[in-house]
Design a protein around this ligand. Structure first.
Ligand SMILES: [Zn+2]
Length: 385
């Protein structure tokens, strides 16, 4: 057995454990964990803590007043003295409110496991639990401390956990993110666009549209002009998009409106392009005399640039090849907590979690037979770093 290359050994250890992995997944999915319901999410955090404790990790619950408690599980290196740290990152919150299980129960059909959060991303947490077991069974000598951080608010923008993720990332030599992979082939996400949510408010002046149109400054007209400008910033070939996705304003058909609000979604693949978009937004000037433009910043995530992930991806592809698996990569438009770690200069590999589809929908599911492979890949990565 010891002559096998490690990735193959991990695979051999993990394939027979699929039934236990499935049971663990069921326990985690049945413990619902909506981002916005602290008491419910806290119960899931308790369950997670006990799963990690059972496997010998030192577990800390990081209390949050408004969101579920975050779970930090630490495994010390074999020599006792650490030569660095690896961060394994994910979230246990889901987009589904409590009670969703009644309409969308945990179930297995055709080799797929369905249920709220199964794919995004409780499957990834299960894979991490069993990767740790495989490392222990194979008696791998870990060189670095491994910190598994499971946060409770990724699906609502990670406002509460961001500082925590940054603190842990700064101490780490690499971040492995267990967000779902992409597509049926389980592509890793080697770049993610940066995201900026902004609010644009145009202030005009109201007046009677019939009696005194000359006294009004029409905020809707002004906003329309601004929207046309913003739409031109989109350059899909460069991975840049600027979309005005919500507008509201005006009161009555016969009243010239004095205020319109628009919500804008800005995305780019590089930090430089993201900055450029922000500059363009700040440089908007009104065209109508008397109109005023106000910009409010919403939440944002810096891009996960591909250069932050190249070396780790090459390593993962090499390890997967030793298991007979060809590992692909892709770029996605949505951000994750991997954007936070990468923007701090920490090499980051994202999309290492479950293989499946239907995230955030009634069809959410993962492919069960891929769980041992993915857990073996994570174990191999952790053993190699
Ligand atoms: Zn997720």
């Amino acid at each position: 057995m010891s002559e096998l290359p490690l990735p193959r050994l991990f695979l051999q250890l993990l394939v027979p454990r699929l039934p236990e992995m499935t049971q663990t997944l069921q326990r985690l999915v049945v413990a619902e964990s909506p981002s916005l319901e602290k008491a419910v999410a806290d119960r899931c955090a308790q369950l997670l803590s006990s799963e990690w404790r059972q496997r010998g990790a030192r577990v800390e619950l990081l209390r949050s007043k408004t969101r579920g408690d975050h779970v930090r599980a630490v495994v010390e290196p074999s020599a006792g003295k650490s030569t660095g740290q690896i961060l394994v990152l994910g979230h246990y919150d889901t987009v589904y409110g409590s009670g969703t299980l009644r309409k969308m129960p945990f179930r297995i059909r055709g080799g797929k496991a369905y249920g709220p959060g199964a794919f995004d991303m409780k499957g990834g947490i299960v894979q991490a639990l069993f990767a740790l077991e495989a490392l222990q069974q194979a008696r791998v000598r870990l060189r670095k401390r491994i910190v598994f951080l499971w946060t409770s608010d990724e699906e609502v923008g990670s406002e509460n956990s961001e500082g925590l993720i940054q603190k842990e990332a700064r101490r780490s030599d690499a971040a492995l993110v267990l967000e779902p992979s992409y597509g049926p082939k389980g592509l890793l996400k080697t770049s993610r666009k940066g995201v900026g949510f902004k609010e644009l408010i145009v202030h005009g002046k109201s007046s009677h549209a019939g009696l005194a149109p000359e006294e009004g400054v029409n905020a809707v007209h002004e906003m329309a002009l601004q929207i046309l400008r913003i739409a031109k910033w989109t350059d899909l070939r460069r991975g840049i998009s600027a979309s005005v996705n919500v507008i509201e304003g005006g009161t009555r058909t016969n009243v010239i409106p004095d205020r319109v609000r628009a919500m804008i979604d800005l995305r780019a693949l590089t930090l430089a392009d993201m900055r450029k978009l922000e500059k363009q937004l700040a440089a908007l000037r009104p065209e109508s005399r008397g109109a005023r433009i106000e910009i409010r910043k919403g939440s944002s995530r810096a891009p996960l640039e591909r250069k932050m992930t190249t070396a780790l991806f090459a390593r993962a592809r090499h390890l997967a090849a030793q298991m007979g698996i060809s590992l692909g990569e892709c770029s996605v438009g949505g951000g994750s907590d991997g954007n936070i770690t990468a923007s701090l200069g920490v090499p980051t590999l994202d999309g290492l979690g479950a293989v499946g589809s239907g995230a955030h929908s009634a069809d959410e599911h993962l492919l069960l037979r891929t769980m041992p492979e993915r857990a073996a890949l994570l174990a191999a990565l952790l053993a190699s770093l």
